[in-house]
Design a protein around this ligand. Structure first.
Ligand SMILES: [Zn+2]
Length: 79
């Protein structure tokens, strides 16, 4: 088990991780590629701090505000 510092979206990208986003309202969990999250930060001028990004994410239930964890699950792995 490592003790990587994962404070920003850029850290996730660097380590090849994805963001596991859990809605604080309905508990829905979605996995978002860190690179996509980074693009959203650029597009919306959101600081790449995970804690800040989490506040901007909106769930499909309409709730804004989530919890972000890093996950090593690769969802776009080529066969
Ligand atoms: Zn939700």
């Amino acid at each position: 088990m490592g003790s990587k510092r994962l404070d920003t979206v850029a850290d996730l990208v660097r380590h090849g991780l994805n963001a596991q986003v859990e809605c604080r309202s309905c508990r829905r969990v979605v996995i978002i590629p860190a690179s996509r999250l980074r693009d959203q930060c650029f597009a919306k001028s959101i600081p790449m701090k995970l804690a800040l990004v989490a506040q901007h994410l909106r769930c499909s239930c309409g709730h804004r505000g989530a919890k972000i964890d890093a996950t090593g699950t690769m969802i776009d792995r080529g066969s």
